[in-house]
Write a protein that binds this ligand. Structure first.
Ligand SMILES: [Mn+2]
Length: 320
């Protein structure tokens, strides 16, 4: 039995209009879970109106549909389903507040108790894993190719190809179900991870600018001139945190991207770690996320250095 699936279905049945949300600056797990949910509900309930909310953004990975245009009146009396989003302020389209009832499906640690029904499993590798196991319970046959592709993209990217600690037998149960559909893992992998020569050059530039703290932290500060030189959008640049991973000596690694906020120079960042918990630190710097993969937002240069210092103290304590 899948309790999440039972609870989900019992509420979904009662609503004519269902609006599915995800977080701002989406990644493949956010977009994959959102569009898998939209497509799955349209398949199951062709008479219901099922819409995908949020600013349309193209990310490296699968081609997701453009978001739907949703008028204010459509939120009234609707069911909202929010995927992969831990804090209410990060929901892309704050009109979710006007939905009649809100279900949250997520795998982030719970800090913010918004929503009427929380289908949250902090142990799951990804929101797409949770959904795949729910859909497997509801829909015995292999899923249509598109839905399986969205879910697989989310799982592959959030788990960095099944390589992070939260990958479990359930992740593979989900993957086993998804690969019964007509998908090609090698194609999805190529869409997620292959890059162009321009990106290759940007990665080289990043790696050449790496700074090391004696504590075992490695980081890169990407200023605006570097972004311009490589014609790189700040949101996209943040994703290149992967270029610093897999180095044994880097206990914690980070990338900080300079952005312009009303004429002020501030930094958004991504933080990764081999085993030291960093999301508690990120929580104190306008951010949050997973224990070993977190993000921070709108920091001054001074705060960036403070954060690096905090990470170093944590690494030192851990090594004692
Ligand atoms: Mn996720």
């Amino acid at each position: 039995m899948n309790k999440f699936a039972e609870q989900f279905l019992s509420i979904v049945k009662d609503y004519e209009t269902i609006i599915v949300f995800r977080h701002i600056n989406p990644d493949n797990d956010a977009l994959g879970s959102q569009w898998a949910t939209v497509s799955f509900l349209r398949l199951l309930f062709p008479k219901k109106i099922v819409l995908g909310a949020g600013l349309h953004q193209i990310v490296k990975g699968v081609d997701y549909p453009a978001s739907d245009e949703i008028a204010d009146y459509q939120f009234k009396g609707s069911l909202g389903i929010i995927c992969d989003t831990a804090n209410h302020e990060r929901v892309d389209d704050q009109r979710f507040n006007q939905c009649d009832y809100v279900i949250r499906i997520d795998h982030h640690p719970i800090h913010d108790l918004f929503g009427d029904l929380l289908l949250v499993n902090e142990q799951a590798s990804s929101t797409c894993e949770i959904l795949a196991l729910m859909f497997r319970y509801i829909y015995i046959d292999p899923l249509p190719k598109q839905i399986a592709t969205y879910l697989t993209a989310g799982i592959l990217s959030d788990t960095i190809m099944f390589s992070i600690p939260s990958v479990s037998s359930k992740t593979f149960l989900a993957a086993s179900y998804l690969t019964q559909s007509d998908i090609r893992l090698s194609d999805i992998h190529a869409e997620l991870y292959h890059y162009s020569e321009d990106e290759f050059i940007f990665i080289n530039a990043l790696r050449s600018k790496i700074q090391r703290s004696s504590c075992g932290m490695a980081y890169v500060i990407v200023n605006r001139s570097m972004l311009e030189e490589h014609n790189m959008h700040p949101n996209k640049a943040k994703e290149y945190i992967f270029a610093l991973s897999q180095v044994k000596e880097f206990k914690v690694w980070a990338i900080f991207i300079e952005i312009d906020v009303e004429g002020k120079s501030l930094y958004n960042g991504s933080l990764r770690s081999q085993s030291i918990v960093v999301n508690d630190i990120a929580n104190r710097y306008n951010g949050g996320g997973h224990p070993l993969a977190a993000a921070v937002k709108h920091l001054s240069y001074f705060q960036v250095n403070e954060l690096i210092e905090e990470c170093c103290i944590k690494i030192a304590n851990e090594e004692k």
